[in-house]
Design a protein around this ligand. Structure first.
Ligand SMILES: Nc1nc2c(ncn2[C@@H]2O[C@H](COP(=O)(O)OP(=O)(O)O)[C@@H](O)[C@H]2O)c(=O)[nH]1
Ligand SMILES: [Mg+2]
Length: 397
């Protein structure tokens, strides 16, 4: 144990070492980590013990899972997806932020639930240009949700499956408390927000050693990477991997390595919705919210249940943020009203496969109509890359 730790932290570490039951060990190690000041000199200790913690938590979860298997109850918080699933969440500490009002505004599904406490999710469909978004108004998140408080496990498990999360932040009251609770609980539940998975792959191999490879220019430019290499090896070893290759393709941190070693980590996109933007004093608070969080949250919207204060192109904003585009199919000269929703830059082949396998098997050529293009109808093959709002007619052999 390093000597530059505060005495309290050291004592806690000893308690962790002495603890017997897995639950106690987890608790002590968590307390230890909260006592360690975060700076360069403690980085390694923190990372190493975070990784131990993650491992113990996995083990605990596995044990619980095994106990549960015989019970097999379907959770009322588990919601089958229909269209693009968008979940509204808020902090329990701040009741009445306006989630149900937003659900009702978007979908008309919850008029009589506004202003009332709802213990179960409410669901509605918001349609934007014939595209269906399933809006879920989740019961709010309590402190300790990640440990199961207030159906936290069930709620968080549905958040992990969502296409998009919206933090609903009441602009008429302190936003820091609301943000901190949500950020803290989601982080503890291994939900990473608005970041991509780290550029890092860990492969198990036959060779009896751990190798760390820096494979791109960015990776090679990581400051002090010889130290990092040793730390990575240690953490990987700690996780029971004795032989493997770590391939690094960009800038990474030790925490990223732990995330890759932690199967429960998921990456989710989040939009911040400042609610009740019609109230007169909320404008300054909204500006503060933006200046504080805009680096981590590229989309922060002021909203209200009043039409004039709600972004009219909400559906478009969501699609852009999720990097989804709309492709309109055409058949016999008639363009379908409902677009296909595809990941950015799809090929004609991907679109054909999405419609039906037979459109790919018997594909001859496709006709593309693109707004603003000089050539009105363009004949293309399977590899052609499509853009948002393209109209596609597939011709079969
Ligand atoms: N002025 C104003 N009041 C709102 C707005 N949204 C919700 N409220 C009020 O805030 C209270 C709580 O709203 P509700 O939607 O039930 O919040 P929830 O508990 O987060 O679902 C109700 O009295 C609403 O009328 C809004 O945009 N503007
Ligand atoms: Mg509600």
């Amino acid at each position: 144990m390093s000597s530059n730790l505060p005495p309290l932290a050291k004592a806690k570490y000893q308690e962790y070492l002495d603890a017997g039951a897995l639950e106690d060990r987890i608790k002590k190690l968590e307390e230890f980590l909260s006592l360690v000041p975060k700076h360069k000199a403690t980085e390694k200790i923190v990372a190493l013990n975070k990784s131990r913690l993650a491992k113990m938590k996995r083990e605990l979860e596995n044990r619980k899972q095994k106990q549960k298997i015989t019970q097999k109850i379907i959770s009322p918080f588990s919601i089958k997806k229909e269209g693009i699933q968008v979940i509204l969440i808020s902090s329990f500490q701040t009741p009445g932020v306006g989630k149900t009002s937003l659900l009702n505004f978007l979908t008309g599904a919850a008029e009589e639930k506004i202003g009332k406490f709802t213990a179960l999710p409410e669901i509605g469909i918001y349609q934007y240009q014939k595209i269906r978004f399933q809006i879920v108004d989740m019961p709010s998140i309590m402190e300790g949700a990640s440990d199961g408080v207030g159906n936290g496990k069930e709620i968080l498990s549905q958040l992990r499956a969502a296409d998009l999360l919206c933090f609903c932040i009441d602009l008429s009251t302190n936003f820091e408390e609301q943000m901190n609770l949500l950020l803290n609980e989601l982080s503890k539940a291994d939900i990473r927000l608005n970041v991509s998975p780290p550029p890092l792959i860990i492969e198990k191999t036959g060779a009896n050693k751990i190798q760390v490879l820096y494979l791109t220019k960015e990776a090679k430019e990581i400051e002090g990477f010889d130290v990092l290499t040793e730390e990575i090896k240690e953490i990987i070893y700690e996780n029971g991997i004795r032989n493997g290759i770590v391939k690094i393709y960009g800038e990474i941190t030790l925490d990223n390595v732990i995330d890759v070693l932690t199967p429960s980590v998921v990456y989710k996109k989040v939009i911040l919705l400042g609610t009740k933007g019609d109230l007169s004093h909320t404008q300054d608070i909204f500006e503060n919210l933006k200046s504080k969080y805009s680096d981590k949250f590229p989309i922060i919207l002021g909203t209200s249940y009043q039409k004039e204060n709600f972004p009219r192109d909400f559906g478009e904003i969501i699609l852009k943020f999720l990097k989804k585009i709309k492709i309109y199919t055409m058949s016999g000269g008639i363009v379908a009203e409902q677009p296909l929703i595809m990941d950015e830059n799809p090929t004609v082949k991907e679109v054909a496969l999405k419609i039906h396998r037979s459109f790919y098997d018997s594909f001859d050529h496709a006709i593309i109509i693109r707004e603003g293009e000089r050539q009105k109808r363009k004949k293309v093959g399977l590899d052609y890359i499509l853009a948002d709002n393209d109209i596609v007619e597939i011709h079969l052999t």
